[in-house]
Design a protein. Structure first.
Length: 62
C-alpha cells in the first residue's frame, strides 16, 4: 500500500523546471498544508526548510 502511494505521488508530481501560475502555486501550497505531515515528502525527505535572514543575506551579499 505504501509502495503504491509512493508510486502515485512520484507519477503525479510537478517536474522540476515547470513554470506555474499564481493560482497553481497557491493551490499547491494549500494542498501541501492540508496534508497530515506537510513537512516531509512521501519518501520521508524534508519539504520545508527554515532559513534565517542572515543566511539569505549571506547567499546574496557576496
Amino acid at each position: 500500500r505504501d509502495a503504491l502511494a509512493r508510486s502515485m505521488a512520484k507519477n503525479s508530481a510537478i517536474k522540476g523546471g515547470t513554470v506555474l501560475g499564481q493560482q497553481e502555486m497557491n493551490t499547491l501550497i494549500e494542498e501541501l498544508f492540508a496534508c497530515k505531515t506537510p513537512n516531509f515528502s512521501i519518501s520521508g525527505k524534508p519539504v520545508i526548510q527554515t532559513i534565517t535572514l542572515g543566511e539569505i543575506a549571506q547567499k546574496f551579499d557576496k
